[in-house]
Design a protein around this ligand. Structure first.
Ligand code: 5RP
Ligand code: FE2
Length: 230
């Protein structure tokens, strides 16, 4: 296998669009198909209008792969549950800025648990809310849909915000992750604005297991063309 370079785009399939009755098998299938990370959408029916799964389910699928478990917490409050997600085997834990009264404290708590700390911004949240916490951040997850559901349409106005966050980050070792409505058509827009990681649910978990590799490769090719041209 060719070693990854720092310019490689990371593809993180969101299991939100997987068949939950076969979650372990779906994780294995998408890893075989070329996934880099596994994106886990945790929803509480309070911060977002949907409920998914929590630490016990993540723990149950942790032994299916050694890929990075990228946990996107759409829960409010988040702080009381951070330790349980770390113990379940999450590598990155991302909280929403909108759901944390003391964002700085939540980010430090994630790092104290030995995990990488992510912060997510809804499409309407200005990037200024994270400006003074960047020294505690490993990843900025920028929502390109309103959180809570898979299969929604990409919101193009976020692309400019991605560009601003990239410039705000400067030389800090912080990755930008894009989540929502990512397809081979929309991926080039965010990659050219500075995205490092692409989350995709409905664009990957479609067409049956045999199509996952082609779906991932379509996203990778669309992104790499942009990076090569830059
Ligand atoms: O965080 C999310 C929703 O809140 C999901 O990660 C996201 O929507 C992925 O699904 P799709 O690629 O189908 O938009
Ligand atoms: Fe997500």
């Amino acid at each position: 296998m060719t070693p990854k370079t720092t310019s490689d785009i990371i593809i993180a399939p969101s299991v939100l669009s997987a068949d939950f009755s076969r979650l372990g098998e779906e994780v294995e299938a998408v890893c075989r198909a070329g996934a880099d990370w596994i994106h886990l959408d945790v929803m509480d029916g309070h911060f977002v209008p949907n409920i998914t799964f929590g630490p016990p389910v993540i723990k149950a699928i942790r032994n299916r792969t050694d890929k990075v478990f990228d946990c996107h917490l759409m829960i409010e409050p988040a702080d009381p549950y951070l330790a349980a997600f770390a113990e379940a085997g999450c590598d990155y834990i991302t909280v929403h800025a909108e759901a944390c009264t003391h964002l700085d404290r939540s980010l430090q708590a994630i790092r104290d648990l030995g995990c990488k700390a992510g912060v997510s911004l809804n499409p309407s949240t200005p990037e200024s809310v994270i400006e003074y916490s960047l020294d505690r951040v490993d990843l900025v997850l920028m929502m390109t849909v309103n959180p809570g559901l898979g299969g929604q349409a990409f919101i193009p106005s976020v692309v400019e915000k991605v560009r601003r966050v990239k410039s705000m980050i400067g030389k800090r070792p912080i990755m930008i992750e894009i989540d929502g409505g990512v397809t081979p058509q929309t991926a080039p827009l965010v990659v050219s604005a500075g995205a490092d990681i692409l989350v995709a649910g409905s664009a990957i978990f479609k067409g049956g297991e045999q199509a996952y590799a082609d779906n991932i490769s379509a996203l990778r090719k669309a992104s790499e063309r942009v990076r090569e041209a830059a």
